[in-house]
Design a protein around this ligand. Structure first.
Ligand code: CMP
Length: 228
């Protein structure tokens, strides 16, 4: 069995507490699959039979709103998992998942995953911690959509992206491959023009910088405190 597979799983937070021999068992349960940029991994409303862990690349979790516009719910990067909701409650997929760049995923079938939760309760505890964190984020999003002005809503989306896919360094956060302004607008429940205006406002206030397709929040804590 390739050591590379085990090393990968050791760096996945939900498996991080397992011993080497247990990681070997998990490796045997899964298969790797490759996706091209833009490929659909899961489709909303389909029945779900597997859990996915990202080996490399990046995915976005999306739902369609009433007007057929895509709303990004979250973005995941290597080491993170998705597809757990259908496995746990037996209902249809709650959202679609799309690879935003060329990606490789580690896939475990439902029955095997549920058995591993019985065998290794530590996985279940880590999974619950991650789900609690996702619920906190969703609460933040609900609060922001119901209460905040345009600046607050757009700032909230930038903070969600920073938490999901940002690289933190010395108080700054860099978000590579910033989603399109229309995607940010759909996430913030506002228009593309408002997003553009707000990003320029943040730039004028020296709170963010744009370099190519990258957005930098100059002081993450200060930005968070001001707008959340
Ligand atoms: P599942 O419903 O099986 O398939 C779609 C997956 O998207 C879901 O499991 C979760 O893993 C993920 N997902 C759905 N909604 C959210 C959300 N609001 N935040 C983060 N991930 C989500």
């Amino acid at each position: 069995m390739p050591q590379e597979e085990i090393n990968f799983l050791r760096n996945v937070p939900i498996f991080a507490d397992l011993e080497e021999k247990d990681l070997q068992k998990i490796v045997k349960l899964g298969t790797r699959q490759k996706y091209k940029k833009g490929n659909l991994v899961l489709l909303e409303q389909e029945s779900g039979a597997a859990l996915f862990v990202i080996v490399s690349g990046k995915v976005k979790v999306v739902r369609m709103d009433e007007d057929g516009r895509e709303v990004i719910l979250s973005m995941f990067r290597p080491g993170e998992f998705f597809g757990e909701m259908s496995l746990l409650d037996g209902q249809a997929r709650s959202a679609s998942v799309v690879a935003t760049v060329k990606s490789e995923l580690f896939m475990i079938h439902r029955r095997d995953f549920l058995e591993s939760l019985h065998e290794f309760p530590m996985i279940a505890i880590s999974l619950l911690a991650e789900l609690a964190m996702r619920l906190r984020k969703a609460d933040m999003q609900i609060k922001s959509l119901s209460l905040k002005d345009a600046a607050g809503r757009v700032a909230n989306v930038l903070l969600i992206l920073a938490d999901d896919v940002g690289v933190f360094r010395k108080g700054k956060v860099e978000i590579d491959d910033l989603p399109l302004q229309q995607d940010i607008a759909n996430m913030a429940g506002t228009s593309r023009e408002t997003v553009s205006r707000m990003i320029h406002f943040f730039i004028d206030c020296e709170e963010v910088k744009i370099i190519g397709n990258k957005l930098i929040i100059n002081d993450y804590e200060a930005f968070r405190k001001k707008y959340l």
